[in-house]
Write a protein that binds this ligand. Structure first.
Ligand SMILES: O=P(O)(O)OC[C@H]1O[C@H](O)[C@H](O)[C@@H](O)[C@@H]1O
Length: 618
């Protein structure tokens, strides 16, 4: 297999990147050789003594065993298999892994200077909260997470079942005001998985920060395996706190204040019927603690009880069953709105009163329409899988559309960067339903997105506007076709990431060298964001989510048929190939061109399972 030596090249360096930041040509950190010495400080159990062991990076932090921990990093999250039951995937998110990651996070926080230099006390104890989704592995893994945090000297606050955005809000809401928070969740992934998301008051940690924590944890893991890490001792003291009631009140207050109902201020949702489908994840609270307390009728809501086996369907606004069951309930009960949350409520989708599913591009359009009315001319950042119709929708309302890398953190970070560069950017949304607003701490919060939509729904009725919220996006042009293929990366799991990069880079090279007729890499032109900022400047190449490209296809008559977006999955060893066409049959033409001209001829079929594309073409 060829070794990747070139960094993922620039499609077209973005103006914002050109301003002051040099492009680095280093390979992604995940497989960069660590040359430093790793110091493992291991506290001897009970005795208070410290063993200090210095190991060469190649045998500890850089060694095979430590890679067990590093491979748990999925972009800005930690994700892994926590329960037996997945064919070919052993448990890797073990209690020991979670404990050392928790401990490393606590130490990392201290190193970042949190809790220092406040008044007389030079260093106060850091306060870290922990929430979790209802997964079966959650309570066992929480216990070791608490232990890891306590070993790092943190005071631990257990919020029990919570949502990911609520965890972040526990660092902001006055009664809580924690230094940091961890949410234990694997979002919409199967019940066998679990994971961690990290927050400080600044927001979610970046991929690079999580990588640093995992690197540190890898050293601890190796030391513990060698019997050097201590452990045991007294169980940590953990304070149980009720965060979700305060978070729900925070959401209720926003709705009350912004609707400012002229006749019933405290119950602005009186007369509205709203269906919630929580998919047995964490979103049930929104029904009884937000909607009903504001006067809404929620009869007919679905799967509100948390159940870590997810017996009905995965909680996910992209899930066809979740959307169609919600649609059925909305129509059966004559509801004004249906709401679908993902497991940990950082994503959502809705169904309008006519039963139309509003997720993906439609949800981005709906939120953009609402926010553009409040902030004319604002920029909307999405991932590059958004359709051309969405760009026209945003532009028709005076907004600007910036298409960026897939991955919610990438999209949010791009918005933060644009604002810092003076480009007013209020909306950052991924087509998966992760949506963040500038007005809400740049936090991807599925419940807050629904709050925005509900406020608009009530305002429309108060203003006597006919039609539900769906009427706000009636001019959104949809693509004629859209397809997603997954090509599994075959072979040794440890080589999967590198093979994935190889496949994606080969695709790019093929197009650049003119080996694929009709194809052209999409770029951002002169980088005015209104032309779509399809930029991959990769000044900070991080793991797999730095390597992704979008290319457009023209047929022999130079007619543009659509585009393809290629990238490596962050969760599983596969290449995701999204295709969108503006004409019926366009996806088949594009798939055929790629199959014959690239997949069969470039050699990538030696390590990619291309059968999905083949079946589609044939
Ligand atoms: O790479 P995939 O398996 O398609 O998953 C990609 C998606 O994973 C998660 O859901 C992240 O939250 C999203 O930001 C990301 O787009």
């Amino acid at each position: 297999m060829a070794t990747i030596t070139t960094p993922p090249a620039t499609l077209q360096p973005c103006e914002h990147a050109r301003r002051g930041r040099a492009l680095r040509s280093s390979p992604p950190r995940a497989w960069r050789r660590k040359r430093c010495q790793a110091t493992i400080r291991a506290a001897a159990t009970g005795s208070g003594r410290h063993l200090e062991t210095t190991l060469a990076a190649s045998s500890a932090a850089g060694g095979e065993e430590g890679d067990v921990i590093r491979r748990l990093q999925n972009g800005p999250d930690v994700r892994g298999v926590a329960l037996e039951g997945e064919k070919g995937r052993p448990v890797d998110l073990t209690p020991l892994a979670v404990e050392v990651i928790g401990e490393s996070f606590g130490e990392w926080l201290r190193e970042k200077g949190l809790g220092e230099g406040e008044g007389e006390q030079q260093q106060r104890q850091l306060r870290v909260s922990v929430g979790r989704d209802p997964r079966l592995s959650g309570s066992r893994l929480s216990a070791v997470l608490f232990a890891g945090l306590a070993r790092a000297g943190c005071a631990v606050f257990d919020m029990g079942l919570a949502t990911t955005p609520a965890c972040f809000m526990s660092t902001i809401l006055p009664r809580f005001d924690y230094d940091a928070s961890i949410m234990m969740t694997a979002s919409h992934l199967p019940y066998t998985r679990n994971g961690l998301k990290f927050f400080t008051k600044r927001g979610g940690l970046t991929s690079a920060e999580v990588e640093a924590i995992c690197d540190r944890a890898a050293g601890k893991y190796v030391a513990k395996k060698m019997g050097l890490g201590g452990g045991g001792g007294m169980p940590p003291v953990v304070m149980r706190v009720d965060l979700m009631s305060a978070y729900a009140q925070h959401l209720r207050d926003i709705i009350k204040e912004r609707v400012a109902h002229p006749t019933h201020y405290d119950t602005p949702l009186k007369g509205f019927k709203v269906i919630v489908n929580a998919g047995n994840g964490c979103g049930g609270f929104f029904t009884w603690d937000v909607l009903e307390k504001l006067g809404a009728d929620t009869t007919g809501s679905l799967h509100l009880e948390p159940d870590g086996t997810f017996p009905n369907h995965m909680p996910n606004p992209e899930d066809a069953t979740a959307m169609s069951l919600t649609r059925g309930a909305v129509l059966a009960h004559g509801a004004d709105l249906g709401v679908v949350f993902d497991t940990d409520v950082d994503r959502s989708g809705v169904v309008d009163d006519a039963g139309a599913a509003i997720n993906g591009d439609r949800l981005i359009a709906l939120i953009s329409a609402i926010v553009l009315a409040e902030h004319p001319g604002t920029t909307v950042v999405t991932d590059a899988r958004a359709g051309d119709g969405l760009t026209r929708f945003v532009e028709a309302r005076g907004g600007r559309h910036c298409l960026y890398r897939v991955g919610y953190r990438n999209v949010i970070d791009k918005g933060v960067q644009l604002n810092a560069d003076g480009v007013e950017t209020h909306v950052m949304m991924e087509t998966t339903g992760h949506g963040a607003l500038k007005e809400n701490h740049f936090l991807d919060d599925g419940a807050y997105m629904v709050v925005k939509i509900i406020i608009e729904m009530v305002r429309m009725r108060l203003a006597g506007i006919e039609g539900g919220v769906g009427s706000l996006i009636k001019d959104l042009e949809e693509p004629a076709e859209s397809v997603l293929f997954r090509m599994d990366i075959v072979g040794e799991p440890k080589d999967a990431k590198q093979r994935g990069v190889q496949a994606v880079e080969t695709f790019k090279k093929y197009i650049e060298e003119g080996k694929l007729n009709g194809w052209e890499l999409d770029d951002c032109g002169d980088c005015s964001v209104d032309q779509g900022c399809l930029v991959d400047n990769n000044d900070q190449p991080i793991d797999v989510d730095a390597y992704m490209y979008r290319a457009k296809f023209h047929d022999e008559s130079q007619k543009r048929l659509g585009w393809v977006h290629i990238r490596q999955s962050v969760h599983n060893p596969n290449i995701a190939l999204n295709m969108q066409s503006c004409i019926p049959g366009g996806c088949k033409s594009m798939a055929t061109s790629l199959f014959d001209g690239f997949l069969l001829t470039s050699g990538v079929n030696e390590f990619l399972d291309i059968s999905q594309v083949q079946n589609f073409v044939e």
